[in-house]
Design a protein around this ligand. Structure first.
Ligand SMILES: Cc1ncc(COP(=O)(O)O)c(C=O)c1O
Length: 386
């Protein structure tokens, strides 16, 4: 009979060994850092950025700062020429303080606070996503003559972190918003979409690009010549489940662009967050307790869903590893706080760790430290860059 527990453990072990071999500097520190800690590999992040550029030829990359806003991470990306996608005054300040030009910054959150629009515009950032007439009114009033791109809704099926219900409009409304923004003195420059974060379904890009091409033509017929296609984020990374490879996503998208955009847009953009930093970081925690509850073995660690592992609530399953040998058991991993929602993962297979052992959560570089609070007085993971 297939031993699924053993298979899962062997996979996590292999991923851990590959990660530490490929990131020797990270391997050196994870065995000694104070926990909880998120250890990020800056060279790995730069490599990953360059890899994305290579597999998306002719596409400008604007790193989505929300995925990991550590200053050293941003500095590393700025040093290899990345652009940045920001949503808040704080994110924008961090990027500009590094000496990044405002021409390398865009803001794609379709609904923005007025103070942010005002601050961005005062700093020379004037490219904003919109998906409502209200947003157009706001931008026209606060930052006249800005360039705007409309967010269309696209399928998010097969994405572990769907976003499309919150934002995006149908093509008729999108066309109307583009026309309306022109009437209001803004410059309608393009179209954006987001296929959902951790997108493992190429069909989402297919529909999104086809819809964009359709809108592009319809806008042209109305006298609006668009220039920018922004393809948002969605590039997946490997968690416990297999993920699409960057080369396959890039190849597929360039095929779609050739087919549906024979006239190449003046600028094609992507704004990956997870795809840049997700698999370049490892979260190191420590076992603080164990218990047998009914049929379940519980393991408690010094981090949790409120201290960095919030995405586990939405279904992200990090490979989990500890360096013990012995019989594999099934575990439920509980977080450090008293809250009953604070359960990091179920059906995790590991040899029995002891209190004080280190537990590693792989591929934890994105949407962890940025999500962390110090709920219940427990610390956020310290971010260590090597
Ligand atoms: C507007 C926008 N752009 C880019 C991203 C980054 O997406 P991902 O982390 O999937 O690359 C997000 C994520 O929520 C987003 O909302």
């Amino acid at each position: 009979m297939i031993d699924h527990g053993r298979l899962q453990y062997n996979l996590s072990k292999r991923l851990f060994e590959e990660f530490t071999k490929d990131h020797p500097k990270v391997a050196e520190v994870i065995c000694k850092v104070n926990t909880p800690a998120l250890v990020m590999d800056l060279e790995g992040i730069k490599r990953r950025y360059l890899q994305i550029r290579y597999h998306f030829p002719g596409v400008n990359v604007y790193y989505a700062v929300k995925a990991n806003d550590d200053v050293e991470v941003l500095k590393a990306l700025a040093s290899v020429g990345s652009g940045f996608e920001v949503a808040s005054i704080e994110e924008l300040r961090k990027v500009l303080d590094l000496g990044v030009s405002s021409e390398k910054v865009i803001s794609s959150n379709p609904v923005k606070p007025e103070e942010f629009i005002d601050f961005a515009s005062s700093q020379g950032v004037n490219r904003f996503a919109v998906d409502s007439h209200t947003e157009v009114d706001k931008i026209a009033r606060i930052a006249p003559r800005s360039r705007v791109y409309v967010r269309i809704s696209v399928p998010n099926e097969g994405s572990d972190w769907p976003l499309s219900r919150k934002f995006g409009v149908d093509l008729d409304t999108a066309l109307d918003i583009l026309e309306y923004s022109k009437e209001k003195g803004l410059v309608p420059v393009g179209i954006t979409f987001h296929v959902g974060s951790q997108c493992n379904n190429l069909r989402n890009w297919f529909i999104a690009i086809k819809r964009s091409a359709d809108l592009w033509e319809r806008a042209k017929k109305k006298g609006i010549r668009l220039q920018v296609l922004n393809m948002g984020g969605g590039i997946p990374v490997r968690y416990i489940q297999e993920a699409l490879r960057i080369e396959d996503v890039g190849y597929y998208i360039s095929g779609l662009m050739k087919k549906y955009f024979p006239e190449v847009p003046y600028e094609i953009q992507i704004e990956p967050g997870r795809g840049v930093v997700g698999d370049q970081g490892i979260l190191v925690a420590r076992v603080i307790g164990k218990a047998r509850r009914g049929e379940e073995n519980w393991l408690y660690v010094d981090t949790g869903v409120f201290n960095g592992l919030a995405e586990t609530l939405g279904g992200i399953r990090y490979p989990v590893y500890c360096e013990r040998e012995g019989k594999i058991k099934e575990w439920v991993i509980g977080g450090v706080s008293c809250d009953s929602m604070d359960v990091i993962a179920r059906n995790v297979y590991l040899p029995e760790p002891q209190v004080g052992d280190r537990i590693y959560f792989l591929s934890a570089g994105a949407y962890t430290s940025v999500y962390a609070s110090n709920f219940n007085g427990f610390p956020r993971p310290q971010v260590i860059v090597v």
